[in-house]
Design a protein around this ligand. Structure first.
Ligand SMILES: Nc1ncnc2c1ncn2[C@@H]1O[C@H](COP(=O)(O)OP(=O)(O)OP(=O)(O)O)[C@@H](O)[C@H]1O
Length: 242
C-alpha cells in the first residue's frame, strides 16, 4: 500500500495502551423538558486509551447512547469535563468541536445513516468534503482505500439499496475510516443484522483495531460480542457499575 492510501494515524502502528485518547471526568448529563428532568448520566469517570477496543453494555435507557454522543462531541455534558488527547474541550466553539470531530472521530450507527441517492464511494467521501484543503483526488483515493479495507472494492458504484444490511454497515465503517480517525464510536453496529452478518461486522472491527490501531468504543446488547473486546464497561441508571 502506498503512503497516500494508508489511512492510519502516524503512530497507530504501535499503539501505546497507556495513552488516554478520551477521558470523561465527573460527567453529568441532565435532559430538561418543560415537565420532566432526566438524569441520563451521573458522575461518570471513564478513560479510553489509545488502541483499546471497549464495549459499553447496560439496559435500555441507562445512558449508553448519551455517553457515546458526548464522547463523539455531538452533545455537551451539563457537568464535568471531556478531554480529547489530554486537552479539555470545554471552552471549544461549535466550529472547533466540529473540526476536531471530523479529524479524529468516525461514527458507525445501528441504522447505517447512508444517503440513498449517493453511490457507495460518494457516501464514503462525504465527511471528507469538510476537510480543509483536501482535494477531490485525495478524497476519492481515501474512499477507495477505505472500501478496499472493508472488502467492498467491487461495489463502489452501487447504491445503498442494492446492498445487503451487512454490506451497508461495511460502507458506513468505510465512511468512518476514510478520514483516518483515531477513534471509532459504534452505537449498536450489529443491531439491524442477523447473527452471521453481525459476527462479520464485529470481526471487521476487531481487525481494524488490531491491524490499524484504531481505538473503538462500541455500544452493544450482545454479551458474546462484548466478550471479544478488550474491556466491557457496564452501565446502570446513568452510572458505571463495572
Ligand atoms: N433528547 C432527550 N431529551 C430528554 N430525555 C432524553 C433525551 N435523550 C435521552 N433521554 C433520556 O435519557 C436516558 C438515557 O437515554 P439513552 O438513549 O442514552 O439510553 P440508552 O442506554 O442508549 O438506551 P437504549 O439501549 O434503549 O438505546 C433515558 O431515560 C432517555 O429517556
Amino acid at each position: 500500500m502506498s503512503p497516500e492510501t494508508d489511512l492510519r494515524q502516524p503512530d497507530a502502528a504501535a499503539p501505546d495502551r497507556a495513552v488516554p485518547v478520551l477521558r470523561l471526568r465527573d460527567i453529568e448529563k441532565v435532559y430538561q423538558t418543560k415537565t420532566i428532568e432526566t438524569v441520563a448520566l451521573n458522575q461518570v469517570n471513564l478513560t479510553v486509551n489509545r488502541g483499546e477496543f471497549v464495549s459499553i453494555m447496560g439496559p435500555s435507557g441507562c445512558g449508553k447512547s448519551t455517553l457515546l454522543s458526548l464522547m463523539g462531541l455531538l452533545d455537551e455534558p451539563t457537568g464535568g469535563v471531556i478531554e480529547v488527547d489530554g486537552r479539555a474541550v470545554t471552552s471549544y466553539s461549535d466550529k472547533e468541536l466540529a473540526g476536531l470531530r471530523n479529524l479524529k472521530i468516525g461514527f458507525v450507527f445501528q441504522s447505517y445513516h447512508l444517503i440513498n441517492d449517493l453511490s457507495v464511494v460518494d457516501n464514503v467521501e462525504l465527511p471528507l468534503l469538510y476537510r480543509p484543503g483536501m482535494g477531490g483526488k485525495e478524497r476519492r483515493q481515501r474512499a477507495l482505500a477505505a472500501l478496499d479495507k472493508v472488502g467492498l472494492n467491487a461495489r463502489t458504484g452501487h447504491f445503498p439499496a442494492q446492498l445487503s444490511g451487512g454490506q451497508r454497515q461495511r460502507v458506513a465503517i468505510a465512511r468512518a475510516l476514510a478520514g483516518g480517525p483515531e477513534i471509532i464510536l459504534a452505537d449498536e453496529p450489529t443491531g439491524n443484522l442477523d447473527s452471521v452478518m453481525g459476527e462479520e461486522i464485529i470481526d471487521l472491527l476487531l481487525e481494524l483495531n488490531r491491524e490499524q490501531g484504531v481505538t473503538i468504543v462500541m455500544v452493544t446488547h450482545d454479551l458474546q460480542q462484548a466478550m471479544k473486546t478488550q474491556r466491557v464497561i457496564r452501565f446502570f441508571d446513568g452510572s458505571q457499575v463495572g
